[in-house]
Ligand binder design. Structure first.
Ligand SMILES: [Cu+2]
Length: 124
């Protein structure tokens, strides 16, 4: 055995360990990260101002900040699974249409990393 062998072996082990830690961290991602990294195809439709329709249960409404949290059902057009997330109202008057606990159907579009609700209505 010589020191050179140990040196090379430890360098290889360090690289292996670094790659392992990095891929473990990459695998542990938030499902919402899929929203920020749409495929090329989705990015194209999103930037065209396409409006998507979804449904869900309203968790909270912040009229001052014009924000709403919705536990939405899957949105196949965007490849989204069901999840709870925040949206922003395009118009403040939309915040008057719904309250926490309502089942709602809404239309939204993507503006960068923000999802803007352009219409919302309570489902009976
Ligand atoms: Cu979502």
């Amino acid at each position: 055995m010589n020191m050179r062998f140990f040196y090379i072996a430890s360098v290889f082990f360090s690289i292996f360990a670094a790659v392992f830690v990095f891929s473990a961290a990459a695998a542990k991602h938030d499902p919402h990260s899929a929203h920020g990294a749409p495929s090329m195809e989705m990015k194209a439709t999103g930037s065209n101002g396409q409006v998507y329709t979804a449904a869900g249960v309203v968790k909270s409404v912040d009229k001052v900040a014009r924000k709403i949290t919705i536990a939405h059902e899957p949105v196949p057009a965007l490849g989204w699974p069901a999840m709870t997330m925040n949206f922003v109202f395009e118009d403040a008057s939309l915040a008057e249409e719904v309250k926490a606990g309502d089942k709602a159907r809404f239309d939204f579009r993507n503006e960068g990393n923000t999802y803007v609700i352009v219409d919302i209505e309570v489902r009976k």
